[in-house]
Ligand binder design. Structure first.
Ligand code: SF4
Length: 253
């Protein structure tokens, strides 16, 4: 299957089964989304959703946050990852919003990336979710899942993944495709051991295709060695068995 076909199947599947995918972060305004996305770096959305209600209540506007201190903000976010840095970023971000952007979250990627704590990924999320700009934010899930499915090839950096996805995805699904990839990576195509046994994408997934082909070849080799009763190859057989066990597919050899 070529890349074009994989993209087609990917878009068709998720358009049909997940047409309303959205971020799992809770927010009520562009400012709150910006705060939540800054906080979510290297942390789970679940954890962020636990701390933001109190944070948003105390700092409902950029002006309120800009007038606060890093120490005070730290107390509200101490349970998230890197709370020191994130507290500094949040206060700095709010101050810049007030001073340079009239207290509004700016639309353009360049302006967004001037804000403390906002890198390309965060800027893309805001551009896409708030301003409906065709942009795709590449986090760890998007990076991994796009690569496994075969939507990207030899893409070694988030920017390379972003460029390939932007080049191949139809414009009207670029925004939502980010959520498709994140949610699939969070619940099924997980990092350590993808749950291929329950995944509906196996029939067009490159990782699954390769893994299964290799598994079939290993099984065939093991059967050949067993039939030949070639004791010299016992070590090879053990190695194959260990590998197949790791893949949880060694029951029938
Ligand atoms: S088949 Fe496996 S590797 Fe491919 S997308 Fe599904 S879970 Fe991920």
């Amino acid at each position: 299957m070529n890349k074009k076909e994989r993209y087609r199947h990917f878009v068709e599947y998720f358009s049909k089964h997940s047409p309303n995918a959205v971020t799992e972060l809770h927010y009520g305004s562009p400012f709150e989304l910006l705060v939540a996305v800054i906080l979510s770096a290297q942390c789970t959305d679940k954890r962020i959703n636990q701390v933001t209600p109190a944070l948003f209540e105390r700092f409902p506007t950029p002006q309120a946050l800009a007038a606060s201190t890093v120490d005070e903000v730290f107390n509200y976010i101490r349970s998230v990852s890197y709370p020191n840095n994130k507290a500094k970023h949040l206060v700095g971000m709010a101050q810049m919003l007030v001073q340079d952007f009239k207290g509004e979250v700016p639309a353009g990627l360049d302006n967004l990336q001037k804000l403390p704590g906002v890198g390309r990924k965060t800027a893309n999320v805001i551009a896409s979710v708030v301003f409906a700009t065709p942009a795709i934010a590449v986090d760890t899930h998007v990076f991994r899942v796009a690569n496994r499915i075969g939507l990207t090839s030899n893409a070694r950096t988030p920017l390379a993944v972003e460029k390939q996805l932007m080049a191949h995805l139809p414009k009207d699904v670029i925004g939502i495709a980010h959520h498709w990839l994140i949610l699939h990576g969070r619940y099924i195509c997980v990092a350590r051991r993808p749950k291929c046994e329950i995944c509906p994408l196996t029939w067009f997934c490159r990782y699954y295709e390769r893994n299964n082909t290799e598994t079939a070849l290993l099984k065939a080799e093991a059967i050949k060695i067993k039939k030949a009763k070639d004791m010299k190859k016992k070590n090879v057989l053990n190695k194959i068995s260990r590998e197949l066990k790791k893949r949880s597919v060694d029951k029938d050899i």
